[in-house]
Design a binder for this molecule. Structure first.
Ligand SMILES: Nc1ncnc2c1ncn2[C@@H]1O[C@H](COP(=O)(O)OP(=O)(O)OP(=O)(O)O)[C@@H](O)[C@H]1O
Ligand SMILES: [Mg+2]
Length: 369
């Protein structure tokens, strides 16, 4: 980093390619495998960047995505084909996170992104106009404002389309030509942009969203779909939460310690049991609340706990620090979810002797509200 950069105000959240620049550089240095056109790294090196490992020169690469190796390999391999990659899964399964890291490792930039919403206009997927210029000089290349997709086509990079299924169907369909012909027509200029090798699309879609616009089968065929699962085991989920909370805590400079690993384990257990509708020992069936209790929720409950402990507690995370956000994460619907939570509290949490403090903290929180 130069002096000018260190003196600048600190960025709250650096892009993946900046935050992990050292690892990407180390990988590029040892990577002697063939790279697809325009790729910064070989598929092997990209997978190593995502999954972590030790390089021949001793550099440690931290794991970004914790989960199946095969799944990551399939995702990386499909980006080297002429089909896009569609990451599908329930909320909080790291679709966006994985997409960002894939783009950073493959194209060196994760910033070409279209955020899909019900109001995403066609211009977001294609191009817009600088109206002052358009009025002054008429349509010209200089008056055209390229969108992220067009810039990715011109530079042979990956573009990310977030929440693809929230985009209205007719707007989604403008991706069809782009993905099958690899060209973007500009009728106003009687011209077109032809994609440079290396261009591809990573889309994410969440299969729990209400009121989504289905992908048309024509568009779906242009993607290889990879479904990101919820973590299989308690241990794996605890590991994901621990890793992420540790790095978020460090980034937010929260002066609290995470020695309280047992707290993470409890929060993740609560989430998993309510999500599955049965206790870990399979003995008691439970009702599941309306909210999706994903790993991302457990991460945010723990991060809030860390902040409470750091600023209003003694610096180590205890039951009182997680109770409030735990209740908040579970009870999204104030009527139904509250009943489900109360039942869980009284039949499960209460009966676990080692969870007494958590039971008390949750009860106290409820009565104080
Ligand atoms: N298997 C995993 N490995 C590493 N991190 C994970 C994993 N699962 C979840 N996370 C973490 O969960 C958080 C949320 O992930 P992300 O925002 O990417 O979810 P998403 O699938 O895009 O959800 P949404 O559908 O709500 O957009 C991230 O901080 C990510 O690091
Ligand atoms: Mg997302």
């Amino acid at each position: 980093m130069t002096d000018a950069q260190t003196a600048a105000p600190e960025i709250l959240r650096a892009h993946a390619e900046t935050a992990y620049a050292d690892e990407l550089q180390a990988l590029a240095a040892v990577d002697d495998r063939p790279r697809p056109p325009s790729w910064r790294l070989s598929p092997w090196a990209v997978a190593t960047y995502i999954l972590g490992g030790t390089l021949p020169d001793g550099t440690q690469v931290s794991p970004k995505y914790l989960g199946s190796t095969r799944l990551v390999e399939i995702a990386v391999a499909s980006l080297a084909t002429d089909r896009g990659l569609l990451l599908l899964g329930v909320p909080g399964t790291a679709k966006t996170w994985l997409g960002e890291h894939l783009a950073a490792a493959i194209s060196g930039t994760s910033t070409l992104v279209v955020q899909g919403t019900a109001g995403t206009p066609e211009e977001a997927l294609r191009y817009g106009w600088n109206y002052a210029r358009l009025l002054a000089d008429g349509p010209s290349r200089a008056a055209l404002v390229a969108g992220p997709v067009m810039r990715a086509m011109e530079s042979g990079s990956l573009v990310r389309v977030e929440e693809l299924t929230r985009i209205p169907s007719d707007v989604q369909d403008s991706l069809i030509t782009i993905m099958s012909e690899k060209t973007l027509p500009i009728p106003e200029l009687n011209a077109e942009v032809q994609a440079i090798k290396g261009f591809n699309v990573i889309a994410t879609a969440n299969n729990r969203d209400k009121g989504v616009n289905d992908l048309s089968s024509a568009l779906r065929r242009r993607f290889n779909t990879v479904v990101l699962p919820l973590p299989d085991s308690l241990d794996q989920e605890v590991e994901i939460v621990t890793t992420r909370v540790r790095s978020l805590g460090a980034a937010l400079e929260l002066p609290a310690d995470l020695a309280a690993l047992s707290e993470i384990r409890r929060v993740v257990t609560v989430m998993r049991e309510l999500r599955a509708g049965v206790t870990q020992d399979q003995r008691t069936t439970l009702k599941s609340p309306s909210a999706t209790l994903s790993t991302a929720e457990a991460i945010s409950v723990m991060t809030n706990g860390l902040s409470l402990a750091a600023h209003f507690g003694d610096g180590s995370v205890r039951a009182e620090d997680v109770a409030a956000s735990l209740v908040g994460a579970v009870v999204k619907d104030p009527v139904q979810d509250r009943v489900i939570w109360q039942e869980y509290l009284e039949t499960v949490v209460r009966n676990r002797p080692e969870w007494k403090d958590l039971y008390r903290a949750c009860r106290d929180f409820e009565t104080s509200n």
